[in-house]
Design a protein around this ligand. Structure first.
Ligand code: FAD
Length: 394
């Protein structure tokens, strides 16, 4: 049930799996309990170009295509949800700055983000605006050659450690994406601990009190800020979360299969009892279905298909919900042991629930998938009406 590493991508994926197996998997449980990830992880991944592997090599990445990026996130999700989250968030910030930031800002931060010398945070959510992200109340005002930020962000991954924040704030009446450096006067970071899952993700609330940043830190403003910068970053994050959820579910399935053949009750391996066998079947089908949706999203992204965003929403929705169901069954198969921190499935179950909340909740995915599907259905109908009756009926 391991990640397929045959084909031309074999070497680099074997290398990344070796790193994750050696550095991450054995420590994921301890980091979860301590609510702290080893500081060296970002640097170790960065040194191999694996922290933001889809950046070009000259920018500190590995030039991963969608397929490699997906498979790598699957490996990371299998090893540790918080490390997968780190790869996802660091990629969201680094790609946004690489593509849209002004050259001095881009050149100052992208190489350091890729190398893991600095953590980046994607700061969109606020105490009073989560799913309705456009309602964010953080404001930025122009003052001379600078902008001044006031407001508060909440539940921001890696903000407790971040050296740079990509902040979404209202500027001149429109949403703007603004780079704020951690040591800017007026930035106050308050760690948010004791979460259900992804507990080694160093969440924090970030308050901006008359925080002055140079105007060149405005990465984008107006429709570009939300419809391009935030949307592309969230799309990247959803792709990472989707494949990471496949990895998490696959790890749970492996653990459950092992338990099903080794644990004996009523004189037989528990997997031989029909109701446990049904859970095994459910898990196998859910993992396969999630992987197929991720592969469909990957194909759409690789071919530049206009449907890629919708395909990625579907992949994230199916994979995260399936991961939660699989992790729940895996805990059930393990019985009391599965309810304890000695087992990895207990952590995976808590982490899986978070996958259904981040990068847009499952309800928001459901809304967006239906909206995009209905829009393309109506467009197809209009096109077919414009073409008139087809020859097929002759
Ligand atoms: C571990 C973790 C890491 C995170 N990291 C980041 C980060 O790095 N950066 C960042 O900006 N944010 C981050 N978040 C925040 C996350 O993006 C939000 O929690 C998420 O967008 C949901 O917002 P909310 O929590 O305010 O819930 P709400 O928006 O208040 O939603 C509550 C419930 O109502 C439902 N709901 C809301 N509106 C609708 C609707 N129109 N139709 C149907 N149902 C609806 C939701 O689906 C949900 O079930 C993180 C959260 C967690 C838990």
């Amino acid at each position: 049930m391991s990640v397929d590493v045959d084909g031309p991508q074999a070497d680099v994926l074997r290398q990344s799996r070796e790193l994750l197996d050696r550095v991450v998997t054995p420590n994921a449980g301890a980091w979860d309990r301590a609510q702290e990830m080893d500081e060296k992880v970002a640097g170790l991944l960065g040194a191999q170009g694996l922290l933001v592997p889809s950046l070009p090599e000259q920018a500190g990445g590995r030039g991963f295509d969608a397929d490699r990026l997906g498979r790598f996130n699957e490996q990371a999700g299998r090893a540790c949800g918080s490390v997968r989250n780190l790869i996802g968030v660091q990629g969201m910030v680094a790609h946004a700055l690489h593509r849209w930031a002004k050259p001095p800002v881009r050149d100052r931060w992208v190489p350091r983000l890729a190398a893991g010398d600095v953590y980046g945070s994607f700061a969109l959510t606020e105490p009073h605006s989560g799913s309705d992200a456009r309602a964010a109340a953080t404001v930025a005002e122009r003052r001379g050659g600078a902008v001044v930020l006031n407001g508060e962000k909440s539940w921001i991954s890696f903000a407790a450690r971040a050296g740079v924040f990509l902040v979404f704030a209202r500027l001149d009446g429109h949403v703007a994406a603004i780079v704020v450096e951690r040591d800017t006067p007026g930035v106050h970071v308050t760690p948010q601990v004791d979460l259900l899952g992804l507990r080694a993700s160093h969440l924090a609330a970030v308050r901006f009190d008359d925080c002055v940043v140079p105007a060149e830190h405005v990465v984008a403003q107006g429709p570009l800020a939300f419809d391009a910068v935030a949307t592309a970053a969230l799309d990247h994050g959803r792709f990472s979360t989707a494949w990471g959820s496949v990895g998490l579910a696959a790890a749970c399935l492996d653990a459950a299969l092992d338990r099903a053949v080794t644990r004996q009750q009523f004189g037989a391996p528990i997997g031989d009892h029909q109701l446990v066998a049904r859970m095994v079947t459910r898990m196998v089908c859910a993992v396969d279905a999630a992987r197929m949706q991720c592969e469909a999203a990957t194909r759409a992204r690789s071919s530049g298909d206009r449907d890629a965003v919708r395909r990625t929403l579907i992949a994230k929705y199916v994979a995260s919900e399936n991961a939660f169901a699989v992790a729940s069954d895996a805990v059930q198969v393990h019985g009391a042991y599965g309810c304890s921190a000695q087992s990895s499935v207990e952590r995976h179950l808590r982490d899986a629930k978070i996958q259904c909340v981040i990068e847009g909740t499952s309800q928001i995915q459901e809304t967006q998938i239906s909206q995009l599907t209905l829009t393309s259905w109506r467009a197809a109908q209009r096109r077919s009406e414009a073409l008139g009756p087809s020859d097929n009926g002759r």
